[in-house]
Design a protein around this ligand. Structure first.
Ligand SMILES: Nc1nc2c(ncn2[C@@H]2O[C@H](COP(=O)(O)OP(=O)(O)OP(=O)(O)O)[C@@H](O)[C@H]2O)c(=O)[nH]1
Ligand SMILES: [Mg+2]
Length: 228
């Protein structure tokens, strides 16, 4: 049975940088999915020049302005401002299934999990991710598993569902894309109960903010620095 409880507050955090093409769609999907829960939606925006902020406010999200660039920086600012007992993260580009949030929260609570990360790659459909991107993801998850003795299937996924309390016990140093790796390494290392759950990943709307080569190399370098 789906969780109908309003005892637990959920903070949904979404970083944005010029996502006017997709943000309304994502926010509609989030509202629809969690309307039976006590929740807040935090948009952490860096310098959007389009209508992202306007649309987000119109759709009832709380917008936090974070002028310092970086995906990791945006999330750390979001975490500092979150009032929920549970935190849910996803991109603003329609790639992650917001409709699955209630199911994932139920799983977290039922199995007393501390940190769920969603796995985009096990069920990935043809054409959703470029070959280059898939290869990069394979290299990064293999490096992470070898360096840290983990068994992760998707080290770069940006959809997580977790108890806010765990943030007190983990150290997040990255301000960039590597934060996605770091949060998984830290929760694993600190012995939290973690689980990877397959999800349906979708084609991105709007322009990507990631530079495949530059960010790929930065993510790989980060793993070695963190390990040694
Ligand atoms: N606030 C903020 N958000 C950012 C920044 N960089 C990226 N984002 C957002 O973070 C999310 C992830 O960025 P994406 O461009 O989707 O990166 P990605 O998911 O690795 O790459 P794709 O597979 O192309 O989607 C998106 O919602 C972006 O708008 C930043 O510097 N600041
Ligand atoms: Mg994305």
């Amino acid at each position: 049975m789906e969780n109908k409880s309003k005892d637990v507050k959920v903070s949904i955090i979404i970083p944005t940088m010029n996502e006017e093409e997709s943000i309304a769609h994502v926010l509609n999907e989030v509202h629809e999915a969690v309307k039976h829960l006590d929740y807040e939606i935090l948009i952490v925006d860096t310098d959007s020049k389009d209508k992202t902020v306007e649309i987000a406010k119109e759709k009832g999200a709380k917008v936090i302005n974070e002028p310092r660039r970086g995906y990791g920086r945006a999330y750390k600012t979001g975490f500092e401002n979150a009032n929920g007992d549970l935190i849910v993260t996803l991109d603003a580009d329609c790639t992650y299934p917001a409709c699955d949030i209630p199911k994932l929260i139920d799983l977290l609570e039922k199995e007393r999990i501390d940190f769920i990360t969603c796995d985009r790659l096990s069920t990935l459909e043809k054409g959703v991710m470029s070959l280059q991107h898939r290869f990069g993801n394979w290299v990064l998850k293999t490096a992470m598993n070898l360096l840290f003795g983990m068994k992760i299937k998707d080290s770069q996924s940006g959809m997580w569902i977790f108890r806010r309390d765990i943030l007190d016990d983990i150290e997040l140093t990255s301000d960039g894309m590597p934060l996605s790796e770091e949060i998984k390494i830290e929760t694993w290392k600190k012995g939290f109960i973690t689980k990877e759950v397959p999800i349906e990943y979708r084609i991105r709307k709007g322009e990507k903010k990631l530079s495949s080569w530059r960010d790929g190399i930065k993510n790989l370098t980060f793993l070695f620095k963190k390990r040694f």
